[in-house]
Design a protein around this ligand. Sequence first.
Ligand code: GLU
Length: 400
Amino acid sequence: MPLAATRMGRILPSQTIAITQKARALKAEGRDIISLSAGEPDFDTPDFIKQAAIEAIQRGETKYTDVAGTPALRQAVAARLNADFDLDYRAEEICISIGGKQVIYNAMVATLNEGDEVIIPAPAWVSYPDIVQLADGKPVIVPTTSETGFRLTAEQLRAAITPRTRWLMLNSPCNPTGSAYSREELKALTDVLLEHPQIWVLTDDIYAKLTYDGRQAYTIVQVEPRLRERTLTMNGVSKAYAMTGWRIGFAAAPVQLIKELIKLQGQSTSNACSIAQAAALAAVSAPQDFIQEMVSVYQKRRDLVVAALSRVPGLICPKPEGAFYVFVSVQNLLGKRTASGHVLKNDEDFVTALLDETGVAAVHGTAFLMPGYFRVSYATSTELLEEACRRIARFCEGLA
Ligand code: GLU
């Protein structure tokens, strides 16, 4: 009898995590590795946030909290969503979880029955389809194209909907492409959703504060308040506040869904770490100017990487509007041979050879459901990015 349950056969290890861990292990062995694989800010968590956590420990806030989070944090998250997106949630419509990942996991497990369909525009974050499959659902992958900036169109959405559709998952700015939907683009999608009252929307807004060139990110309920009753707005502190390791994500949704999320969380992890919640409270309650400082650094790095990679013959590197990724086409280089004789049959061969031969770790597009590309995270220092781009250029120029 196999050890693993049948459901484990439906999922793969997270490729973003696997490649990042491989890069970390190679580095520990003494190899000269530049890791551009992790979707993780290189900035340290701001001091005032760390201090809030230390004070929470000193006050003895080391016990269970309500499963859905402390009343203070739920209230502060509601206020943050109001200030940032003009959303109007009450504290009881907020659930605090262990990262955005748990919010998505809870939502899918709590709502999907076998065969229920979840529309996922591709490219998409590696974990969406696997979480849906763990929850017995069926991911319906809708490939977008570079012509629409990797954004789902109303026609594509309409064509993907069936009587079994339960959710649409949207992510703007998007991991891995950095594409951000304009208000009008989102409105075109919400108009389609208004025609289908059985469909819920999960909007993953984790990168919403990281947009460039003065652009703003929008979220579903802000654009179409009539969808409030069937939207789960997901966000968290990981990316915007450089707090990945603290593991705090939030769900904002109608109470009927929040109750289900709390019920499930109460039978799995219970509350998110009390100390991390105190830190998140400080983060979301503070004046938010410090985020703008990080955003301007990210924008400069984006410009650096896009300029450097666009100069490399064979690579196509669009300029993203947000997040901290560029999603680069390697289609022109497939079939070529590396300096050490490896033939690059696909994007996975490309990133494997890139790591083996240059020490630069990146994630292949297939992991994000879009073959022929690779994702570079530019949430790392300018010096390392410059060196990584030089190595990528040399590697590509050496292909024959
Ligand atoms: N979301 C980040 C990434 O895409 C972190 C790793 C993960 O959980 O996938 O790299």
